[in-house]
Ligand binder design. Structure first.
Ligand code: GDP
Length: 440
């Protein structure tokens, strides 16, 4: 996410390296680079200019008040200004209605249907809501099918009416259905077109008027940069929407839409989409996003994701096994599954401070564990539960079966042993000792 922008900003701050103090001259030089980085990221010219002007004012003003290094001071000011530009605090959707009606708008292909599913799944699992998805695209039967597939996948009911070509009537009937079936959130997926046109605007405006939703969301593909911002403006003029959903951030290396959209339409970004899977949805936190843009990582989100996937029951079972020295490769495999559920590997690594830069150019694919899994899958159940049985001929067989080398099998065994040892240490009250060791 935003790799290009992060790299360029990092270079910009280098100008200040070695300088003892911030001066008019070195600030101007740094900010010229910052501005260039923003423009390359497809941030609107005016916004980039105003941004750097504000940073300059603050930098020169704060210079004497702090003992931070000029580079650090500049990073902090840029971080604060980026956070402010992207909206300050996080804002979630309004769920006060009964049912709460959420209307989705946006161009075709922006990710509306996918996001409708993600939001329904999020509200169901995180907010204990009972959502109903309503398919209002009367032009593309495939879109209705797609919503049904998504609904089935996440276990959420979908309302559609294939014979009906009046989206307003379908939306109204959907809300009625929600009331009669006890659904407390209605998410209405509407038709989009490839470009802004009058008919689409009139149609969505009519739906909006007829059902007066609690929340109207505008969905946009963040990779389209300034086009995303312009489209947002067109929709906002007609709908006066409540929030923006930025999708496909996983593929966006520039970040221009994320940075500029709030200041153009004056509406918060509420959620982001970071992949095609239903779990790839995050509340948008401007400050965490600023951290990520500046390569400072996002430990808070990382810990949150880990907590979400943490299965207490399983953890207890594993603890018992470690205590009895029975931790085997099947447990190892299930730990890997848990890590994988946390999301895309590169995305996860990017949340570790400083890692973004270090990992640049490295090809970490989603299947980072593929080889390990292949090796474990080539072991017999007995070998998995009692790794000490793995002699040379067994290792050779496993290597052949998994298409890996014996060295790789040995390497995995070594890692496994080290991990088991470490876990044993943590168990036996050694956790405290280890922490002390690390602190010294
Ligand atoms: P709609 O026409 O607005 O309903 O768009 P869709 O929901 O059908 O999405 C269009 C395409 O974008 C599909 O192939 C989705 O899988 C993909 N997509 C949607 N959201 C994301 C996202 O956050 N990341 C990625 N990589 N792809 C996405």
């Amino acid at each position: 996410m935003f790799d290009n922008l992060s790299e360029k900003l990092d270079k910009a701050f280098h100008v200040l390296k070695g300088h003892g103090q911030i001066t008019e001259i070195n600030v101007a030089e740094t900010l010229k680079e910052v501005r260039r980085a923003l423009l390359d990221a497809d941030v609107n010219f005016k916004i980039a200019k105003e941004f750097t002007n504000r940073v300059k004012e603050k930098a020169l003003g704060q210079n004497v008040l702090t003992n931070l290094q000029p580079g650090q001071l500049m990073v902090k000011i840029v971080k604060d200004e980026l956070t402010e530009l992207m909206g300050g605090d996080a804002e979630e959707v309004d769920l006060s209605g009964n049912p709460s009606v959420i209307l989705m708008s946006g161009l075709q292909g922006s990710g509306k249907t996918t996001f409708s599913g993600k939001l329904a799944s999020y509200l169901k699992s995180k907010k204990s809501k009972k959502p109903l998805l309503v398919a209002c695209d009367v032009y593309r039967p495939a879109a209705i099918d797609q919503l049904h597939v998504v609904g089935e996948q996440i276990g959420v009911e979908v309302y559609s009416d294939r014979g009906n070509n009046d989206p307003v009537a379908i939306a109204k009937a959907g809300v009625k259905q929600a009331k009669s079936t006890g659904c407390n959130v209605v998410i209405i997926d509407t038709a989009g077109r490839l470009a802004v046109d009058e008919q689409m605007m009139t149609e969505i405006a009519n739906i909006h008027k007829a059902i007066t939703p609690q929340e109207t969301l505008f969905v946009v593909d963040s990779m389209t940069g300034q086009d995303a911002v312009n489209t947002a403006k067109a929709f906002n003029d007609v709908l006066n929407f409540d929030g923006v959903i930025l999708t496909k951030l996983d593929g966006d290396t520039r970040g221009g839409a994320a940075i500029s959209i709030k200041s153009v339409v004056d509406k918060p970004i509420k959620f982001i989409g970071t992949g095609e899977k239903m779990e790839a949805i995050d509340v948008f936190y401007p400050s965490r996003m600023a951290d990520r843009i500046l390569g400072m990582g996002d430990v808070v989100s990382l810990v949150e994701r880990a907590q979400e996937q943490f299965d207490e029951e399983q953890a207890r079972k594993i603890q018992k096994k470690i205590a009895k020295n029975r931790f085997g490769f099947d447990d190892f495999l299930s730990q890997i599954q848990q890590i994988k559920k946390m999301g895309n590997m590169k995305d996860l690594m990017g949340m570790i401070p400083g890692a973004g830069k270090a990992l640049k150019g490295l090809d970490i694919d989603d299947d980072a564990f593929k080889h390990i899994e292949a090796i474990i899958h080539s072991m017999t159940p007995e070998e998995r539960s009692t790794p000490s049985k793995l002699n040379a001929s067994r290792k050779k067989r496993i290597a052949m079966g998994s298409g890996r080398t014996v060295q790789e099998v040995n390497q995995l065994l070594k890692q496994f042993e080290q991990m088991s040892k470490m876990m044993k240490m943590m168990q036996g009250g050694g956790g405290k000792k280890m922490m002390q060791m690390m602190q010294n």
